[in-house]
Design a protein around this ligand. Structure first.
Ligand code: PTJ
Length: 257
């Protein structure tokens, strides 16, 4: 199908076409297409841009990743399909970052496909292809992790995650940074540092922040972050935008940054 760059939703259509293609190859599961639709809906409500509050969260996340002894990024099918080049750039900006395959719908074939996609984009080491440890108390396949990765990580960056594992990782004493456009999700609710932003934008901003700090001393402690306030701000952004749209045109307030 030909997609015209002049179409007002061109970028969204290209992303959808890419995800549909990846789902035929088995990297993305059908459920992943539904999850993407949910993400798009929240992105629409948030204005399809990185809000100042999300940008601030990402800056703190970069600080946490630098302060971490063993930071690990968890990658599922959607994340690999949408952001493999951004993950390679992130690992380049922070060489201590472990990159681990972690799948809700795990099969050996999908795990290998995620790893191949990441390697193809330039990611050096990929953990979790054959899990070597298990997170206690988690009924899903997301419990299967790598002994050298998530199992021993002190800071976990978990985009497009589920609430159960967020809670389980926190119960193990790990600091959890989530990337999820839904500020009402259990993942956002339970993360120590929820980034309410689109995955590709968030990873891009993280790389920019890490690259800017390159060569400066590693922080000795984790900067404080007020997660409930960040979520309230994201929800208020949605409320404000909906109220604005619901008002008669003549009385509409200007868009708020
Ligand atoms: O590849 P697998 O087998 O590990 O499965 C991956 C999916 C995504 C199917 C699985 O993790 C899943 O079911 O996820 P959930 O529980 O639907 O959660 C995904 C969350 O990510 C939802 O809250 C969406 O709003 C959000 N989301 C979707 N796309 C994006 C996003 N957030 C940020 N950026 C996106 N591009």
């Amino acid at each position: 199908m030909h997609l015209s760059p002049r179409h007002p939703r061109y970028r969204s259509l290209v992303t959808r076409a890419r995800l549909a293609e990846w789902s035929q190859k088995g990297l993305v599961v059908p459920e992943g297409l539904i999850a993407h639709g949910r993400g798009e809906a929240f992105d629409y409500l948030l204005g399809e841009r990185t809000t100042p509050s999300a940008r601030k969260a990402t800056r703190v996340a970069a600080q946490w990743l630098r302060a971490a002894r063993r930071p690990v990024l968890s990658v599922n099918g959607n994340v690999a399909a949408l952001a493999a080049p951004e993950i390679a750039r992130l690992q380049h900006a922070l060489p201590s970052l472990g990159v681990e395959v972690n799948l809700f719908h795990r099969t050996p074939r999908r795990a290998a496909l995620v790893a191949r996609t990441l390697h193809g984009a330039g990611v050096r080491t990929v953990l979790g292809i054959r899990p070597t440890a298990k997170i206690p108390g988690l009924p899903s396949d997301r419990a299967f992790v790598d002994r050298r990765g998530i199992f021993v990580a002190d800071v976990c960056l978990i985009p497009l995650e589920d609430g159960d594992r967020t809670e389980a990782l926190r119960a193990l004493g790990k600091r959890v940074i989530s990337v999820d456009l839904n500020p009402l999700s259990r993942t956002s609710e339970h993360a120590d540092l929820p980034i309410v932003d689109e995955l590709v934008r968030a990873l891009h901003n993280l790389s920019v922040d890490l690259e800017m700090r390159h060569g400066t001393p590693v922080p000795g402690r984790f900067a404080p972050f007020n997660a409930p306030a960040a979520l309230r701000t994201a929800r208020a952004t949605i409320r404000y935008r909906l109220q604005r749209e619901a008002a008669p045109r003549s009385r509409r307030a200007p868009p708020r940054r």
